[in-house]
Design a protein around this ligand. Sequence first.
Ligand code: CA
Length: 222
Amino acid sequence: MNDGPKVLLVEDDAGLASMLRELLLGEGYEVVLAADGQRALHEGLSQHFDLLLMDRGLPAIEGLDVLGRLRNKGISTPALILSALSNPADRVEGLDRGAEDYLGKPFDIDELLARLRSLLRRHSTHADAVPVPGGMLDINGRTVTLGSGAEVVLSERESGLLAHLGRRPRQIFTREALRTAVFPDADDDGVVDTYVHYLRKKLGRTSVLTVRGMGYRLGELR
Ligand code: CA
């Protein structure tokens, strides 16, 4: 099992994709490769990533359109665009449309790796404290401190589920995605419903919202 940062690598050039994949694996990243825009959109909407590394010129959906659609769904994963379109106007367009960083092709490998590390540092999704409805979750302490100062102690699994929802507060997760991410040893999505029920009992009915026909998301932060 790989605990390194998880990267969605979006690149349609098979040779370059393979090189980048090996490079990232060698640096300890977990890599999911998407070779076209449709695939990238699907992966980006169904799994949690720590970084997006995206080409622009892609089959099916152009890279910046993929990024825009992910952003419209509330997915704020930091994105680095890696593109042959790299004059200043191209870079400005990429940054304006939701990318955090932009690197032209051809690129220097060490510079690419340094920029990815920098993005991870600036947008760490492994913060120890995550805002949740009504309070703040301390992930290590498995405790929610409510606005009143009262503390609610969670089990490890309750805390894990709430942390996963809380790191992407606007994202809708399918039950299957939550089971895979939080309860990898379970083989029935019902485990997700069970722990949502426990969280609601401890933190209130609206702490986790049901999105009909889709799954769950974190309740509204106030
Ligand atoms: Ca391309």
